[in-house]
Design a protein around this ligand. Sequence first.
Ligand SMILES: [Zn+2]
Ligand SMILES: [Zn+2]
Length: 318
Amino acid sequence: MALKRYHILIVIIILNSSLIMGQKESKPVSTLKVTTLSTMLVNFNGIGEWGYSALVEVDGKKILFDTGKYPETVLRNAEELGIDLSDVEDVFLSHNHRDHTGGLLTLRNELKKTNPNALIRVHVGKGIFRERLNYENNMPNVKAALEADGVKIIVYENQFELFSGVWITGPIKRIHDEKNWYEGGKIQMGPDSIEDTIPEDQSLVIETEDGFVLVSGCGHAGIVNTLEHIRLNIYDKRVYTVIGGFHLVNATDDNLKWTSSKLQDFGVSNIMGAHCTGINSLYTLRNLLDLSRSNAIVGSVGDSFDLEKGITAGPIAK
Ligand SMILES: [Zn+2]
Ligand SMILES: [Zn+2]
């Protein structure tokens, strides 16, 4: 009898721990390519802007990660790079800021001419539609226009497995005081207002045989908070590669030292730091992490990270 109870107890503990951790069994993807479509630096073809967007191609699926700032940028850059976006059905938005969401309506309007299901699903974090006091959050208008056009908007409160081995983090707990946003923003909450920490900020995570790959938009939640959130709730694995904007552009030397020591603990071996990562901050991190010009680069339009080839830098960032 005692033995039976002991077995039942073990089963309950296993079930509980997997539910609490929210982790599923390991399912590494076979192919992955991430191509930058919007950031400040550009090479021979395309337009640079203060913004971010990337195309994520994983095991035959495509996800457009953020949509750049100006309405035409991503559309024109994709054309210049010979990339067809009309078969992309899923859009991931990291947060509400226009430098990540400004191209969405133009892209949907253009691409649906070729494929009515182009950009038909938009994945966002809870809080993205909240009213901001210091600027007009355009996302409620974007939502209304998209829904009138038959586009489905899916709001995440927690982590979610979008495709096998591909996860949306959902909003991230701010364990460390990374404060990677411009201070002074306010969110209207009923009669009161609270500090705008960009609570909806979310990232995309892809599991590979070598560890996981993170794609981040502006990193307002903080890169360390984001990576710890993933390790706690999605994959307790080494961090293989980090890609995108990490909002370290104003980071002090002490902040960068702290960040690099954490990244070292996570085992980060490739960085494509685009957008608000900051050029000086990227090079400081590269030195502190003892990485080289082949595995820590400033992102530029048209560069890519591939599981086979690693980072292919643009000529300007080599
Ligand atoms: Zn932002
Ligand atoms: Zn940004």
